[in-house]
Design a protein around this ligand. Structure first.
Ligand code: SF4
Length: 367
């Protein structure tokens, strides 16, 4: 598309956006901190799920200074249910960096924004354009779909060459008045009109120039190369009891679910029974001896990159905790942790361990 055509498309898109945009809470502000919070929450999470979390998070941590000063456990608690907890840790680290390196004021340049933890090219473009009205591009799933259809990009949209084309097109679209609104308009068009299934082409402000509309193959775009299936992982989680208290461990900050409190446990070896695996894991990671092991059931949890089958067992332990591979440990009443379990996997594991709720064992190993 040549420059005049892009200018015309921008104009139509902005006019459509002004009339049709959804009234979302983060659209009421250009405060960079609030924009960053919303953008990080919206990564991999649906808009209607994010709205209450966004309000609650900003109420508890209204600015970078408040988030910087907060206890990480409280931050993770506010994130509980949104998943992908590294986002919350990165957000707090970004706030700390803003306070430390920029006296609490968000930097405006892309170069400085990109230095913030967890802020990649997409988030940089979103904050720079929405909060500071800078002509910076963004490409998310919605924008990629709109551009693949509009410009007839018929190759795997995650390939290096397609990705370069998409960012180049986004950079061209960002040039001109109201870059923040323009970027949001592209995403909104993808969310409301140019949807993955049954795009509403007759209502689309860009249909006159759309390649996929002309060819009639919009629904088959964007092209995705088949993904490898996620690996399946078997692990054991142990309700390890001593004097009516249960043992909880905190994961290392750099691990998956870093900083979270959970039941102790670990991966099972091939062919290993639940009881043998639980005894081995507790011995290896905590130096504890586990007895009277009982299998309670299985929790199934799907992460973005793996599928977990967690066998929950219960037993009594003896010995002194010698921590290896965990950040901290606590003996506490299991019910007290269940009330404020910090992530959905631990919630499911505790619901099963304490109340027998949750997945029935589908792949029960020998107890
Ligand atoms: S005309 Fe249809 S396929 Fe093309 S951009 Fe609009 S909604 Fe998407």
């Amino acid at each position: 598309m040549k420059q005049p055509a892009i200018r015309a498309a921008r104009k139509k898109l902005l006019a459509w956006y002004d009339k049709n945009k959804r009234d979302l809470p983060w659209r009421q502000t250009s405060d960079p901190y609030s924009v960053l919070v919303s953008e990080i929450m919206l990564q991999q999470t649906r808009v209607d799920t994010v709205i209450p979390y966004y309000h609650n998070f900003l109420q508890r941590f209204p600015d970078a200074q408040a988030l910087c000063d907060a206890d990480t456990e409280q931050v993770l608690e506010s994130w509980s249910g949104l998943g992908y907890y590294s986002r919350a840790r990165n957000l707090q680290n970004a706030a700390r960096q803003v306070v430390r390196d920029h006296a609490g004021e968000f930097p405006q340049s892309s170069a400085d924004l990109q230095k913030l933890p967890g802020v990649g090219p997409y988030t940089t473009g979103a904050v720079a354009s929405i909060a500071f009205d800078r002509p910076e591009p963004i490409v998310d799933g919605n924008v990629a779909r709109v551009f693949c259809r509009l410009f007839g990009i018929r190759e795997d949209f995650r390939s290096t060459s397609a990705n370069a084309k998409l960012w180049e097109l986004a950079a061209q679209f960002a040039q001109g008045p109201r870059p923040g609104d323009l970027n949001q308009a592209l995403m909104e068009l993808g969310a409301l009109i140019c949807t993955p299934k049954s795009p509403d082409c007759p209502s689309c402000p860009l249909r006159a120039r759309c390649d996929a509309f002309r060819v009639g193959d919009a629904e088959s775009l964007p092209i995705r190369a088949k993904k490898q299936p996620s690996p399946k992982v078997s692990a054991v989680g142990v309700l390890a009891l001593k004097d009516e208290r249960a043992l909880f461990v905190q994961r290392g900050a750099r691990e998956l679910l870093g900083g979270m409190w959970e039941l102790p446990g670990g991966p099972l070896k091939k062919g290993e029974s639940n009881a043998a695996g639980a005894k081995r894991v507790l011995g290896e990671t905590l130096g504890l001896e586990l007895r009277d092991v009982r299998h309670l059931g299985e929790v199934h949890h799907v992460f973005s990159h793996r599928e977990l089958f967690l066998q929950i067992v219960k037993g009594t332990v003896s010995g002194r905790v010698q921590r290896q591979g965990f950040e901290a440990h606590q003996w506490r009443s299991a019910r007290s942790l269940a009330q404020r379990a910090p992530n959905s996997l631990t919630k499911k594991a505790l619901a099963l361990a304490l109340y027998g709720k949750g997945s029935k064992a589908k792949t029960v190993r020998k107890p």
